[in-house]
Design a protein around this ligand. Structure first.
Ligand code: SAH
Length: 255
């Protein structure tokens, strides 16, 4: 690390979408020095743990509830150990950092966050696409289907679909049929392109392509139930316009 480590705090580190080379250098260095690592086993590539010292204690949080996770962190900090909480993608999306931070605060322990590459970025890279395409779409909606965690009514898929912009839908592939139905009900034409990216940036990544009319069947046939993103919108289609940014007639000031 180029800055001094503060062992009185827990380091939350974004692990990236899967490829062990897609963690940040800061995250990598923290893993190299960590004494205690608590990782989300269902989504973290175990190859990342190879960066740790052989004597580091690594705990899979899939088997732990919140209080057990917090206890491991507190015990580590009290023993002057470097504690790293490794979470998939970036921490700022569906990361539940807040609740862990609140619990740590009750024990007078602070935390630092190290950004990661979110899976929606890994998925775009796999596909070699941009969510923003001149004159086609200039916005990206990141959302999920309502599940055990409800979504506010103003953020329902049906309402968002009215914008017909680019969408990256997390945590919802198990309900792909309902997702496609709601998006059509909300306003996307049935021929809108959809890509489902399973395990973006992992060696066993799968990319399924279709439209809102047929993607549910394709995903069901492939048996994909989790660890996938549903990407929707005309940014995946054929229409494209060159950007003004590199236009010979355009001022250089923003390049
Ligand atoms: N903080 C994470 C998201 C955690 S929620 C991030 O920034 O990516 C977990 C959901 O993220 C999964 O259900 C899936 O929808 C998505 N996800 C995580 N890793 C993925 C990957 N490698 N490929 C596709 N989707 C992924």
């Amino acid at each position: 690390m180029t800055e001094t480590l503060d062992k009185s705090k827990v380091y939350f580190v974004g692990a990236g979408p899967g490829d062990p080379e897609l963690i940040t250098l800061k995250g990598y260095r923290l893993l190299q020095q960590a004494d205690v690592v608590i990782y989300a086993g269902s989504l973290i590539n175990p190859a990342l743990l190879d960066y740790c010292k052989p004597e580091a204690e690594c705990h899979d949080s899939a088997y732990l509830h919140l209080q057990q996770i917090i206890q491991l962190m507190v015990d580590g900090i009290h023993h002057n150990k470097l504690v790293v909480r490794l979470q998939t993608g970036d921490l700022s999306l569906y990361g539940s950092v807040r609740e862990q931070g609140e619990e740590l605060a009750k024990q007078q322990i602070g935390f630092r966050c190290i950004a990661g590459v979110s899976s929606f970025l890994g998925a775009a890279a796999e596909l070699g696409v941009e969510y923003t395409v001149p004159e086609v779409s200039q916005s990206l909606i990141i959302t999920r289907m309502a599940g055990r965690t409800p979504t506010p009514e103003l953020e329902s898929l049906i309402r968002f679909a009215g914008h017909q912009t680019s969408m990256a839908i997390f945590l919802s592939v198990q309900g792909i049929g309902a997702v496609a139905e709601q998006l059509v009900q909300g306003g996307y034409p049935t021929e809108t392109p959809v890509s489902v990216v399973y395990k973006a940036t992992w060696p066993d990544c799968q990319i399924l392509k279709g439209t809102l009319a047929d993607i549910a069947q394709t995903v069901t046939d492939a048996g994909i139930q989790k660890t996938a993103l549903i990407l929707v919108g005309r940014f995946l289609g054929e229409e494209y316009h060159y950007s003004k940014l590199y236009d010979a007639a355009f001022s250089h000031e923003y390049r």
